[in-house]
Design a protein around this ligand. Structure first.
Ligand code: 4AZ
Length: 278
């Protein structure tokens, strides 16, 4: 997916300018009036299932090495976006080659050392994940130790159709860009958005250079007129409806732009597979 590639590069470019600049990238910054998440501060006490993926070796130590979000769904299981653990994000073809890859729980402020950092024992990537469309953008991480500073959130199931009705209020969480211009906060943010009709994302992302929305594995969320959205660095983190995990931050054209909603992995479509890998 072109946008995903561009936005991921934008995130890496912000964090690793020495790496990205020689590649000649012109990651298109979002318009200055965008306030991503248009969100507010929250804490991992209020949202104890929100965790961070980290590698200081690849992303620097200033913000505990955070580069993606993830979600605790069991004592030793977190889910994230497949694109967060792919070669392009990690810079290696096998995560074992990034020995300081960690899941961080209980750390609202990435500038501090609260909470815990856990090693991984395995990563399962949905075999249906398609790098070019971002379909089935989900991975299951198994931890080497159980989480103590996080608690699991239930997965939306295929029977939870009401959670996916257009107009349903939803919250997105993350440590990603709050400005659309590479402004990374150190503290966890949340924004109130709403589930949008599939037709809204089908219109915004009909294929070609703007990307392809596929309702079978994706769900559309945002607000009318833009202004509240997930952004770079939020990928893999949760979209929550009524206390259930309904989506994972996946992709979109820019951040918080009017007419370009956020696209999330549809958790109900992969809940059975996730459960099989817990
Ligand atoms: C990203 O690259 C990304 N506005 C995440 C979410 C959105 C766009 C890009 C949605 O991580």
């Amino acid at each position: 997916m072109r946008f995903r590639v561009h936005t991921l590069f934008a995130a890496i470019a912000a964090l690793l300018p020495a790496l990205a600049i020689p590649m000649g990238l012109s990651a298109s910054p979002a318009a200055a009036n965008e306030v991503v998440v248009g969100g507010t501060l929250t804490t991992t006490q209020q949202a104890p299932w929100v965790v961070a993926l980290s590698s200081r070796a690849r992303f620097g130590s200033a913000r505990s090495g955070q580069f993606c979000g993830a979600v605790a769904v069991g004592p030793r299981t977190v889910v994230t976006a497949a694109h967060c653990v792919g070669t392009e994000a990690l810079g290696v073809s096998d995560w074992h080659q990034l020995p300081d890859l960690r899941v961080i729980a209980g750390r609202t402020d990435l500038g501090g050392s609260a909470g815990e950092e856990l090693q991984l024992s395995g990563i399962w990537v949905d075999p249906d994940y398609d790098q070019s469309t971002n379909a089935y953008d989900v991975a299951v991480i198994t931890l080497a130790q159980p989480l103590q500073d996080a608690s699991a959130i239930p997965l939306a199931q295929s029977s939870d159709t009401a959670d996916y009705q257009a107009g349903t209020p939803a919250e997105v969480y993350g440590w990603g860009d709050t400005t659309g211009r590479g402004g990374y906060p150190s503290t966890l943010h949340t924004a109130q958005v709403g589930i949008l009709a599939d037709s809204a994302c089908e219109a915004a992302y009909p294929g070609g250079s703007s990307g392809t929305y596929e309702a079978s594995s994706m769900v559309c969320a945002g607000v009318d007129g833009g202004g509240k959205d997930a952004c770079q660095g939020d990928s893999g983190g949760p979209l929550v409806v009524a206390g259930r995990l309904v989506g994972l931050v996946s992709w979109g054209n820019g951040c918080a732009l009017d007419g370009f909603p956020g696209v999330y992995t549809r958790v109900s479509a992969v809940a059975d597979l996730i459960a099989q890998h817990m």
